[in-house]
Design a protein. Structure first.
Length: 271
């Protein structure tokens, strides 16, 4: 059957919405472009020291040189691989732990004070311990990333599970649903926004863990480039690596947004 024609009022609303989205996007691009232009001009006229803060043109030349040699893609691949491993492990293990705490009130009461203490503990202070345990390599970096994202995932998901609508829970129990059915058919779909809010936070936390790990022990990765550039006073390399890091983090964030849309559709969740 052909789609029903939209009313003039609806068409006008959609047109305003598209125009507003286009206006916001233009302003976002203009803001970034204006920042880089002012940055470049301030270096060229001598208002800022290009040796200390670099400038966009020199960063672009550095990125181009790294791209031509293939070094940039190798370092990005290493950092992205470590981030994905830590991010995935932290999300899966944290969600599983939250499910266990929701399933057993006794386990939740036992673990709650320990989770509070671990959440308050600076994870980067454990870096030397992870290096001793896992060795000076990718294992220590992924473990640090896991440690940073795991506790946040447990606390956020468990809090979401506990706030599931009690009336709906009571209704499903009345209808004879098992605990497993309640978990999969009600608790998980109801906490889809909580899950993806946690994932979005974990993207940033995972990159923090990877970069901090690469600062301490690494032979490749964007964190390694940043440390190496600072040691040889090459701020062009440092700033170019930071720019590449930001682009990689944004790309990972966009992937999480796409996954959110897909699972919302699969679970029938309206947002």
């Amino acid at each position: 059957m052909p789609d029903k024609a939209l009313s003039p009022r609806r068409e006008a609303y959609l047109l305003r919405l598209r125009r507003e989205n286009r206006r916001v996007r233009i302003w976002q691009i203009a803001l970034v472009a204006g920042l880089f232009i002012l940055w470049e001009l301030s270096c060229r006229v001598g208002l800022s020291d290009g040796f200390l803060v670099s400038c966009p043109s020199r960063m672009a030349r550095t990125l181009w040189t790294l791209c031509r040699s293939g070094e940039l893609w190798r370092h990005i691949a290493v950092s992205c691989g470590e981030t994905v491993l830590g991010f995935t492990a932290g999300t899966l293990l944290g969600t599983a732990a939250a499910v266990g705490m929701w399933w057993s009130d006794t386990a939740a009461r036992i673990l709650d004070p320990y989770l509070v203490v671990l959440n308050a503990l600076p994870k980067t202070a454990l870096g030397p311990i992870f290096i001793v345990w896992m060795g000076a390599g990718m294992g220590a970096i992924v473990t640090m990333t896991l440690a940073i994202s795991l506790i946040v995932t447990i606390l956020s998901m468990y809090a979401g599970f506990r706030t599931t609508d009690p009336e709906k829970l009571r209704l499903m129990r009345t209808l004879g649903a098992s605990k497993r059915q309640i978990l999969w058919l009600l608790v998980f779909p109801a906490n889809c926004p909580t899950l993806f809010s946690t994932l979005k936070v974990n993207v940033g936390l995972s990159w923090v863990g990877v970069i901090m790990g690469e600062f301490l022990v690494s032979r490749a990765g964007l964190g390694y480039l940043i440390v190496y550039g600072s040691q040889v006073f090459n701020m062009d390399l440092v700033m170019a690596s930071v720019l590449a890091l930001g682009a990689a983090a944004v790309g990972m964030y966009l992937l999480v947004l796409r996954a959110e849309k897909f699972l919302n559709s699969a679970w029938g969740v309206r947002v």
